[in-house]
Design a protein around this ligand. Structure first.
Ligand code: BGC
Ligand code: ZN
Length: 367
């Protein structure tokens, strides 16, 4: 069957290839799920993988099937599968377990080992193929009523984890009632984080480069958050106006902006970094002042990667609630469909060059 792959280590190697069809026989415990792929989304991680800045092939292979934002329909299940049945819409988690205690208890996203296994990214083949199979444990049901938000499930899970981790870490405060949040970046993670924080009742400022009005500002406003263009107002000016936020989530993809964020969070606040930056940028920072401020303000910096099953589940609940609360707004994120895996080069071109391509995804099959 067809698959889209790269040759890790070789820049711009994305290509179409033929791989063997998966089968339920690969799961002797009877817990395998066979999924017909309907759509797969791509993001900045796929761009970095194709630029050979990031990602590795599974051991013994010289290619990596890409695609980690999956959406499909269950075709068949093993005799011991209970959670899903043929005909259900599903997505799949991305990280597979290593052997640390965190992996053993199903929180692969928190592995303490340096090596991590991620489908479509690192050491495991991805989902940009006609069919994929996996253990029931890694398959998450998507309600039929959320079918129109297909490939957003995986990015949503990462946003859900980032916010959940911030709240979890803030238990250190005994009482933490955040009211004001800044979200830096208005790509998919920035927008989905904005949604989650709005649903938690925070006042949210989503800060990005482009001048409003534009599609992203329309989506932010549609979720009753405030869009701020840094061309019109600096983060410093905004903080002078709103007061310093309790929480900042950086999803800009720029390590410079991630560090900059440290200057603006309020006392007892938390900054969460979510971007994967495979490059080698070096910046100067006002380290004495940040250090002093962070110590005097008991501030916390948190990195957040990936997501486990619980984050997929809570992300799905928030997508459902968000879709009811702000009808028609989330659909607008899904801007750039590509028709079929044959058009993989068009997919990469949109991802790399088209500044308006908020979300690029491939339609693999009808369903
Ligand atoms: C994916 C995550 C993954 C991370 C690091 C992101 O693009 O969505 O699932 O953990 O990259 O590889
Ligand atoms: Zn991703």
């Amino acid at each position: 069957m067809k698959a889209v792959a790269v040759t890790p280590g070789t820049p711009n190697s994305v290509h179409l290839t033929e791989i063997e069809e998966p089968s339920l026989e690969q799961f002797p415990d009877g817990k395998g799920v066979l999924v017909k792929t309907l759509k797969v989304g791509v993001d900045a991680t796929d761009r970095e993988i194709n630029e050979a800045l990031y990602g590795n092939a599974p051991q013994g292979d010289d290619y990596l099937v890409i695609g980690h934002e999956s959406f499909g329909i269950v075709e068949a299940v093993g005799p011991n599968v209970r959670r899903v049945k043929p005909g259900d819409y599903v997505t799949a988690t991305v990280r597979r377990p290593g052997s640390s205690i965190y992996d053993v208890i199903g929180t692969n996203d928190m592995t303490s080992e340096e090596t991590y296994y991620e489908r479509g990214i690192n050491l495991r083949h991805g989902f940009m193929t006609e069919k994929f199979a996996d253990e029931e444990e890694y398959i998450v049901r998507v309600p039929e009523g959320l079918k129109h938000l297909h490939v957003l499930q995986e990015p949503m899970s990462c946003a859900a984890k980032a916010v959940q981790q911030a709240y979890e870490a803030q238990h250190r405060m005994k009482v933490w009632r955040p009211k004001l949040a800044y979200v830096l970046g208005s790509g998919q993670i920035g927008l989905l984080t904005t949604l989650i924080l709005r649903l938690r009742g925070l006042e949210v400022y989503t800060i990005a480069r482009g001048e409003a009005p534009n599609l992203k500002s329309e989506i932010v406003t549609g979720m009753e958050a405030t869009y701020v263009s840094t061309r019109e107002k600096t983060v410093e000016e905004l903080a002078a106006q709103t007061g310093k936020p309790d929480l900042i989530v950086d999803a800009t993809g720029s390590s410079k902006l991630a560090f900059d964020a440290m200057q603006y969070v309020g006392h007892n606040g938390v900054v969460v970094w979510t971007s994967i930056t495979g490059g080698d940028e070096n910046i100067e920072i006002p380290s004495d002042s940040v250090n002093l401020n962070w110590v005097l303000g008991n501030k916390l910096l948190l990195g957040s990667v990936n997501a486990n099953r619980t984050h997929f589940e809570s992300g799905i609940r928030d997508l459902a609630l968000g879709d009811m609360m702000f009808p028609g707004v989330l659909d607008k994120i899904l801007t750039h469909p590509v028709d079929g895996m044959d058009h993989y080069d068009e997919m990469m071109r949109l991802l790399v060059e088209d500044k308006d391509a908020l979300k690029v995804f491939v339609n693999i099959a009808e369903g």
